[in-house]
Ligand binder design. Structure first.
Ligand code: AMP
Length: 122
């Protein structure tokens, strides 16, 4: 185990060292409720393998990344997002990625989430 993996909060969740409200698990991925939800449905789908960011994913990770996206709709529906949801992957400093372990946010609920990002002049 690398130093990064031993300190990584999501690796600790994968190893059962930190509790989570799990909603799905298989040999490659884990999904659990975000500890600070921004909407009634806010699930994180993570790789069990430590991949720090989407920048660090390789073509070899395509199958697990595809699975994470493909499972999102059913997960969202089961959690109560029947009429739409948003998937977000924050990557790096610019996106304010807080946890350095690849994850997809699945966010939804009965009400509109509003615009993805506020419009601004660029
Ligand atoms: P990001 O900014 O995309 O890295 O988002 C990280 C997310 O992980 C945030 O929404 C946090 O609320 C969430 N989070 C951090 N620690 C935990 C934890 N122990 N259990 C569940 N969610 C967590």
């Amino acid at each position: 185990m690398t130093a990064t993996e031993s300190n990584c909060v999501f690796c600790k969740i994968v190893r059962g060292e930190i509790p989570c409200k799990q909603v799905y698990e298989d040999d490659q991925v884990l999904a659990f409720n975000d500890i600070q939800p921004v909407a009634p449905v806010h699930v994180l789908i993570i790789t069990k393998k430590h991949i720090a960011t989407l920048y660090d994913a390789t073509m070899d990770d395509s199958p697990v990344l595809g699975k994470m996206l493909a499972m999102a709709p059913e997960l969202a529906r089961k959690q109560g997002a029947q009429d739409g949801f948003r998937t977000i992957i924050n990557t790096g400093r610019v996106a304010l990625q807080e946890v350095q372990h690849l994850h997809i946010h699945v966010i939804g609920g009965p009400d509109s989430l509003g615009r993805m990002l506020p419009r601004k002049e660029i």
